[in-house]
Ligand binder design. Structure first.
Ligand SMILES: N[C@@H](CCC[C@H](N)C(=O)O)C(=O)O
Length: 291
């Protein structure tokens, strides 16, 4: 199988183009685990499939490094948009991509013909009620700076779905938080029946914030696009930032520009880059891991 490895701010994925190839559905989860493994596969935060869609121009499926299928991926969407544009599957600079979390619109900025330089994604509307996150509790209530006790420790969380679930915690210093310890505990708390992505946020000033993430199914990553959107929504809901202004989100892998617009949509702009193209043999050692 031919693959392309791409990253958005260091959040890196193995991409298979299923517009031209096919993979068996029962092999997808084990394949995601194997290709993500740095010792027995290629090494990545997960696997992305580009597929055809009946309701949008294209469809993206995202699998985390543990093989679980995610519903949305902000950094993956920019990578897929760049790939489709640069490889001329997309004929225009604006097109739609279906995800399990809904259909999004992407717009490419290019200086030269057929080379995308940055990608803006209309990530749609954030969902705030517990039933839509999903999380335990009264399904129509929201979680804004609510205190929860998890494994004997108290956390004040704001929960936002950007098609996938995010728990946001405001802190004084994102680098001072032992995310590798508290991330997996919160991710797997019984509060979240489908697990959760865990983000810590520090408000730098009226226009900038710092964000680090523990991703459901992948652990610590350099960036999370949906998480950066959730961080901006959580900051506005907690009146730490003004609602409709552009916000620069600093992540370990680089920056994203996020804006929650007057129509309640979240717009996200940032880079997407190629790492390499290659061929992976889906046989012998790899197939031993694939049921
Ligand atoms: N890194 C992604 C999100 C990937 C999926 C996530 N781990 C989940 O399971 O919801 C992003 O950039 O949004």
């Amino acid at each position: 199988m031919l693959f392309t490895k791409m990253h958005g701010l260091g959040n890196n994925y193995i991409i298979f183009n299923l517009l031209e190839n096919s993979l068996e559905e029962q092999n997808l989860q084990p394949l995601a685990k194997v290709v993500s493994d740095v010792n027995f596969g290629i090494g990545s935060d997960g696997m992305i499939l580009i597929c055809s869609s009946e309701i949008a121009d294209f469809r993206m499926r995202i699998f985390n490094a543990d093989g679980s299928e995610g519903k949305n991926c902000g950094n993956g969407l920019r990578c897929v948009a760049k790939y489709l544009y640069d490889h001329m599957f997309a004929e225009t600079e604006s097109f739609s991509i279906e995800t399990l979390g809904g259909v999004v619109k992407v717009s490419i900025r290019s200086d030269r013909k057929n080379v995308a330089h940055s990608v803006t994604v209309d990530m749609g509307e954030p969902k705030l009620i517990k039933g839509m996150i999903p999380m335990k509790g009264e399904p129509f209530s929201t979680t804004i700076n609510e205190t929860f006790s998890i494994s004997g420790k108290e956390y004040q969380m704001t929960c936002v779905s950007m098609g996938n679930p995010h728990a946001i915690i405001f802190v004084d210093d994102v680098d001072d938080v032992p995310l590798e310890k508290i991330g997996p505990i919160i991710e797997r708390s019984e509060l979240f029946p489908e697990r959760v992505n865990v983000g810590v946020v520090h408000i730098k000033n009226n226009e900038e914030l710092h964000y680090r993430v523990w991703e459901r199914g992948s652990g610590i990553t350099m960036a999370c696009g949906t998480g950066a959107c959730a961080a901006v929504v959580a900051a506005a809901l907690n009146k730490k930032l003004k609602k409709h202004q552009p916000v620069r989100v600093h992540l370990p892998g680089g920056d994203l520009e996020i804006r929650w617009d007057e129509n309640n949509h979240i717009w996200k702009t940032g880079a997407a880059e190629y790492i390499c193209h290659g061929e992976i043999q889906i046989n012998d050692s790899l197939s031993r891991s694939i049921v």
